[in-house]
Design a protein around this ligand. Structure first.
Ligand SMILES: CCC(=O)SCCNC(=O)CCNC(=O)[C@H](O)C(C)(C)COP(=O)(O)OP(=O)(O)OC[C@H]1O[C@@H](n2cnc3c(N)ncnc32)[C@H](O)[C@@H]1OP(=O)(O)O
Ligand SMILES: NC(=O)c1ccc[n+]([C@@H]2O[C@H](COP(=O)([O-])OP(=O)(O)OC[C@H]3O[C@@H](n4cnc5c(N)ncnc54)[C@H](O)[C@@H]3O)[C@@H](O)[C@H]2O)c1
Length: 335
């Protein structure tokens, strides 16, 4: 790694102006970026569903324009005015306003506020940290919050929806490592063998699901991590066993939710909202420590696809939004 910030470097930047909503690779300088007390020489980022919404304009993700895309970043500190970080430190940052209100990780150098930076935990290298990224953090935060509400492996199987995607596949790996029996729901029957390899005990085709319309139906799962939303989440509320939990993190199928109070007051289930982006710093550190330790996925090599570059982002976004994602997509930024 070189130790000087070049006058000009590459970034994937998102615009919304008189020429319309668009994203392109630009040359920029560090002074073109949002404020911060630390500059990182970026090594890796990743592609999340939210990056695809931001990069294509299909979701209202950016709240300021223009900004560099990329809600995840990992690299080495090259310049610091912060007491807690020194040149040469390896760091990562997920969510925390990246590609929402400040420039994101699709950039060879990135200036960030140190208050959101996580020192790379022992047990993960920078590449692995970005194979996890927001997706892995979200899966782990879901489990952390369900366990805080009393979820334990002996209560029975956890259902993971959108199981072939980034959050879903990492959750299958992490939760099975944590001792849970996993029922994976996916529309991609071709991926069932792979999901079994990651730790799913049972795979269920989304196309064979017929959620009951009644307020309650036979309880079949002890808990759930839902990345899909809409009818999937509505149906799940009706089939969770007494005192079980649902961690709701996604809306790949839509943002609606139709249910009744019955699952909550008769079975005592809890619906927990997962917000990876705004998660408070102490909990962030705790969850990253688990991801680097006892919750580190055992099959990252099977979940991570071949790395892509900045020039591949647009095409990858389209594939992801069309439901064509499988596992995680690391983005190589540094040479
Ligand atoms: C990591 C993966 C993920 O997070 S997946 C989720 C990705 N996020 C999304 O897709 C949400 C995109 N946002 C939207 O679609 C819209 O903002 C929604 C929520 C529908 C509201 O739109 P609209 O009715 O036009 O109102 P608005 O945008 O002015 O917002 C209303 C108030 O809500 C707030 N808000 C909005 N987005 C955020 C956000 N991401 N984080 C925190 N606050 C948010 C706005 O600031 C606004 O509140 P206020 O009036 O400023 O106090
Ligand atoms: N709340 C948070 O903090 C948080 C963090 C990360 C991701 N998310 C959300 O979780 C979801 C998954 O994110 P990801 O990065 O893993 O994306 P991804 O594209 O890797 O995975 C999405 C999965 O959903 C499936 N899917 C797509 N459309 C569907 C539909 N109509 N019905 C059922 N399944 C469908 C896909 O096949 C894929 O398995 C997204 O909605 C994303 O916004 C939320």
């Amino acid at each position: 790694m070189s130790s000087e910030i070049p006058d000009s470097f590459r970034a994937f930047r998102i615009f919304d102006d008189e020429d319309g909503y668009r994203s392109e690779i630009v040359e920029q300088s560090i002074d073109d970026q949002s404020e911060g007390d630390v500059v990182i020489q970026v090594a890796w980022s990743s592609v999340n569903y939210k990056d695809a919404l931001a990069g294509t304009g299909k979701g209202k993700i950016l709240r300021d324009f223009p900004l560099n895309g990329g809600i995840d970043v990992a690299g080495t500190v090259i310049e610091s005015r912060a007491a807690d970080f020194r040149e040469g430190d390896e760091v990562l940052m997920t969510g925390s306003g990246l590609s929402e209100v400040r420039d994101g990780g699709y950039s060879e150098y990135l200036r960030v506020p140190s208050e959101w930076l996580i020192p790379r935990p022992d047990g993960l290298d920078l590449y692995e940290a970005m194979c996890l990224g927001t997706a892995g953090f979200t899966a782990a935060l879901g489990l952390y919050r369900m366990e805080a509400l009393g979820q334990t492996p002996d209560m029975g199987p956890i259902c993971i929806t959108g199981a072939s995607g980034g959050v879903g596949s990492l959750a299958v790996d992490i939760y099975s490592r944590a001792g849970y029996e996993i029922s994976a729901i996916s529309g991609k029957v071709d991926e069932f063998d792979w999901l079994h390899e990651l730790g799913a005990g049972q795979c269920i085709s989304r196309h064979d699901l017929h959620w009951p319309e009644t307020p309650l139906a036979s309880a079949r799962f002890a808990g759930a991590l839902d990345t899909v939303g809409s009818d999937m989440l509505s149906g799940l509320t009706r089939v969770i066993r007494p005192w079980g939990n649902i961690a709701a993190c996604g809306m790949a199928a839509g943002i609606g939710l139709q249910t009744t109070v019955m699952p909550f007051i008769i079975r005592g289930i809890s619906l927990v909202g997962i917000n990876s982006s705004g998660c408070a710093y102490p909990l962030r550190e705790t969850v990253w420590a688990r991801l680097a330790g006892d919750w580190k996925p055992r099959h990252l090599d099977k979940i991570a696809q071949e790395p892509i570059g900045l020039e591949d982002l647009q095409q990858t976004f389209e594939q992801l939004l069309a439901g064509g994602g499988r596992g995680r997509i690391p983005v190589r930024i540094g040479s």
